[in-house]
Design a protein around this ligand. Structure first.
Ligand code: SIN
Ligand code: MN
Length: 290
């Protein structure tokens, strides 16, 4: 899938691109159907909401679930990111965020690259976030919110919040958010929130400031968040476990466009369980550019 010149200009100016209904309902169903069994597993890679059984985020499903392994190699997702970053990519992080009906908690205002820089020592913001909706997303079920153009700020000073939710995040100060929103148009476009049917995709810059509110609606808002990094920009430290920040810097090879429907074969290295090494961490710098 090639981007148009207008889409490239939009991405550069606003920091995101929205593709409503990019995947058909048949394609999306292959993913949706696999989620309950993944969420039911009692594994470190399922992080639950604070004080609740609801899954907040599931990590690394592309290493043990066939449909999610296919999505990780889908040309409609990978090719536009390769085009924008001008390089082959590897999978830095892979999440299926629940944001379950009544229980899904907030994601505070943050930039993803702040975490990747501070924790993983990723050299530059040459990695892209991709969100793929597995449920319809509307104004009630906790949609993503962006401050358009905020990626131009580069890395903003952040505070490591270890208490608000069950997942630690480098979050931004409210005064700064107020200023950024005012600069982006305040009540007239200073916050945008792409909403649409299951199967929609958003690409967004790793410095784009974003957040989402809790989900008090009776509708789940399950979405896949993939973070693809330029191979030469791989992380330089393994301070976070491998199931959160991946250590295989091999470039992604795309499958055919119909891979979700034709069940293209995929390798599942963790299909018999996560290796113990995936839980290990280290603050040592990597010695060589592996
Ligand atoms: C994220 O920022 O990583 C997740 C946000 C969301 O699920 O709404
Ligand atoms: Mn994020």
């Amino acid at each position: 899938m090639k981007l148009t010149p207008e889409q490239k200009v939009h991405f550069d100016r606003e920091g995101y691109l929205f593709f409503p209904g990019l995947f058909s309902s048949e394609e999306t169903k292959t993913l949706v159907d696999a989620v309950p069994a993944l969420y039911a597993r009692r594994e470190a890679y399922n992080v639950r909401e604070k004080g609740s059984e609801a899954v907040r985020t599931n990590f690394a499903a592309h290493l043990y679930s066939e449909p999610f392994a296919r999505l990780a190699r889908h040309p409609r997702m990978v090719e536009p990111v390769e085009e924008l970053l001008g390089e082959k990519l590897y999978m830095h992080q892979y999440k299926i965020n629940g944001k379950m009906a009544f229980e899904g908690d907030v994601w505070q205002w943050h930039q993803d690259y702040g975490t990747w820089k501070n924790d993983d020592l990723m050299p530059e913001a040459r990695a892209m976030n991709v969100a793929i909706f597995l449920d319809d997303v509307n104004e009630f079920n906790g949609p993503l919110m962006f401050i358009p153009g905020s990626h131009k700020e580069g890395v903003i000073e952040a505070r490591h919040d270890l208490t608000t939710t069950s997942y630690p995040l480098w979050t931004l100060d409210n005064d700064l958010i107020r200023q950024l929103v005012a600069r982006a148009g305040d009540k007239h476009g200073g916050i945008v929130s792409p909403q649409g049917p299951a199967g929609s995709m958003i690409l967004f810059h790793s410095c784009l400031v974003h957040a989402s509110t809790s989900n008090l609606s009776p509708w789940n808002r399950v979405s896949v968040y993939l973070s693809l990094c330029a191979v030469s920009n791989h992380i330089r430290r393994h301070k976070r476990p491998e199931y959160i920040a991946h250590r295989d810097f091999t470039s992604i090879k795309c499958l055919p466009d119909d891979c979700l429907l034709k069940n293209s074969p995929v390798d599942l290295p963790w299909k018999n369980g996560m290796p113990a090494s995936a839980l290990e961490t280290s603050i040592e710098l990597l010695t060589e550019a592996a």
